[in-house]
Design a binder for this molecule. Structure first.
Ligand code: ZN
Length: 369
C-alpha cells in the first residue's frame, strides 16, 4: 500500500490515481477563492467535476468550510479511493459519483441544482467543459476552469483553436497569456449567448496549464472592447489592439507593417484586484508565503494591456545587455511609464511603453553605468 499523502491540512490515499504535489499552488488559489466566497456569501456548495483522489474536495471542506461537496471522478477505477478519502464527509457533507462530467452536469441542471463553486480540472481543451460549467453554476457563483492545450493557444495549431474555441491563434512572444485570454474569451462569449456575463476573479498560468476563475453574472459583460483581437508586429516587436470596425486597416502604428492577428479573445482584466487582496489577506493569516508572493504579483499586473515583453525578446530586438529586471521597472516608472512583473513569466515585463521606448531606456541606463 502506498503511504498516505499530506497537502496543507488534509491527508489522503493516492491508490491507483495520480497526485502531483507540485500543483498544490493551483489548488491553494482555488481554496482561497472558495474561502473568500464562503465568507462573503455564508454558503459554499461545491461541484468538483474531475476529483481524482479527492484532495481538492477535502480541502474545500476543511479549509474553505464548504457546506457540501459533490466529488465526481469519471474513471470508475478511482472511485473506491475517492470514497475512502472522503469517508468522514459522507453522507452529510459530500456525495461521490463516477460519471461522465457532461452527464453529471446535465443531470444536476435538469434537477434544478446549481452550485456556488464549480471546479473542473481537465486535460486538453478548456472549451470542452465551458457549457457544463455555465449550466451548473449559480448566478454570482464561481467557475474554476482549465486548459492544457499549449499547441492550440500558442499558434502552432491555429486550425485546432478555430475548431475548439471559434478563434484563430497566432504566435507572438506572450502566447502564455493568450492561453488564459482564449479560455476567458470562450467563457464570456458562451455566457453572452445565454444572456449572462462573466467577471474574471484571477487567471493563473502555471507550467503549461491555464487556469481561470470567473464569476457568473446575471448581465452580459461581453463588449467590443473587452472581446476582440490582439495584433503583433513581427517587424518591430510591438503589440496593438485594432477595433472590430478597423480590422481591415490593422497595421502597426509604428511602421505600417501588417499585424499578425489573434482572436477573438478576452482583452479585459485578468484579475479582480479587490478579490485578490482578500485572498492575499487570508493567505497571510494561513501563513502561505509563496501564495502571498504570487498574489502580490497578480495584483500589480492586473491593470496592464493584454500582453507582455520577455526580456530575451527585448535583448534580441535592441541587441543589448539587459539590466536587472527591477532596475528596468524603476527606470520605466521614472520616465512616467507604467511597469510591472508578470506572474506568467519571471523574466518578462508588462508595460505601456513600446519596444523602442523600452530599448531607449535600457540604452540610457547603460550610458549612466
Ligand atoms: Zn511595427
Amino acid at each position: 500500500m502506498k503511504p498516505l499523502q499530506r497537502e496543507r491540512s488534509v491527508t489522503f490515499e493516492v491508490g491507483a490515481g495520480f497526485y502531483r504535489p507540485k500543483s498544490r499552488i493551483v489548488r491553494d488559489l482555488g481554496v482561497l477563492a472558495a474561502a473568500v466566497y464562503q465568507a462573503q456569501n455564508g454558503s459554499l456548495r461545491v461541484l468538483d467535476g474531475l476529483s481524482a483522489t479527492g484532495v481538492r474536495s477535502l480541502r474545500y471542506c476543511h479549509e474553505a468550510k464548504a457546506d457540501w461537496v459533490w466529488a465526481n471522478e469519471g474513471n470508475p477505477d478511482l472511485c473506491n479511493t475517492l470514497k475512502q478519502n472522503l469517508a468522514t464527509l459522507l453522507p452529510d457533507k459530500a456525495e461521490v459519483s463516477s460519471l461522465n462530467v457532461h452527464h453529471l452536469c446535465m443531470a444536476r441542471t435538469l434537477a434544478g441544482d446549481r452550485y456556488d463553486f464549480v471546479d473542473i480540472d481537465a486535460f486538453g481543451s478548456g472549451s470542452q467543459f465551458v457549457a457544463d460549467a455555465l449550466d451548473v453554476t449559480k448566478i454570482g457563483g464561481l467557475m474554476y476552469l482549465t486548459s492544457t492545450d499549449g499547441r492550440t493557444y500558442s499558434g502552432r495549431e491555429p486550425q485546432r483553436a478555430l475548431r475548439q474555441y471559434g478563434s484563430f491563434m497566432r504566435s507572438h512572444p506572450s502566447v502564455q497569456e493568450q492561453g488564459l485570454r482564449l479560455l476567458l474569451g470562450n467563457l464570456v462569449q458562451q455566457a453572452a449567448q445565454r444572456n449572462l456575463g462573466i467577471e474574471p476573479i484571477f487567471s493563473f498560468f502555471w507550467g503549461d496549464t491555464c487556469r481561470v476563475m470567473a464569476r457568473l453574472t446575471h448581465k452580459p459583460t461581453l463588449t467590443e472592447l473587452n472581446y476582440g483581437f490582439l495584433g503583433y508586429c513581427h517587424h518591430c516587436g510591438n503589440y496593438h489592439q485594432p477595433t472590430w470596425k478597423k480590422l481591415s486597416q490593422a497595421v502597426c502604428p509604428h511602421d505600417d507593417f501588417p499585424l499578425t492577428l489573434s482572436g477573438a479573445l478576452w482583452l479585459g482584466k485578468l484579475h479582480n484586484a479587490d478579490f485578490l487582496s482578500e485572498m492575499a489577506e487570508l493567505a497571510k493569516d494561513w501563513q502561505w508565503p509563496d501564495v502571498v508572493k504570487l498574489l502580490t504579483t497578480m495584483q500589480s499586473e492586473s491593470e496592464f494591456p493584454p500582453y507582455f515583453f520577455p526580456l530575451k525578446e527585448i535583448g534580441y530586438r535592441g541587441k543589448l545587455d539587459l539590466p536587472p529586471l527591477d532596475q528596468l521597472l524603476t527606470a520605466l516608472q521614472t520616465k512616467d511609464f507604467q511597469s510591472s512583473r508578470t506572474h506568467i513569466q519571471t523574466q518578462a515585463i508588462k508595460t505601456n511603453a513600446s519596444m523602442q521606448e523600452i530599448v531607449a531606456i535600457i540604452l540610457n541606463i547603460s550610458r549612466i553605468l
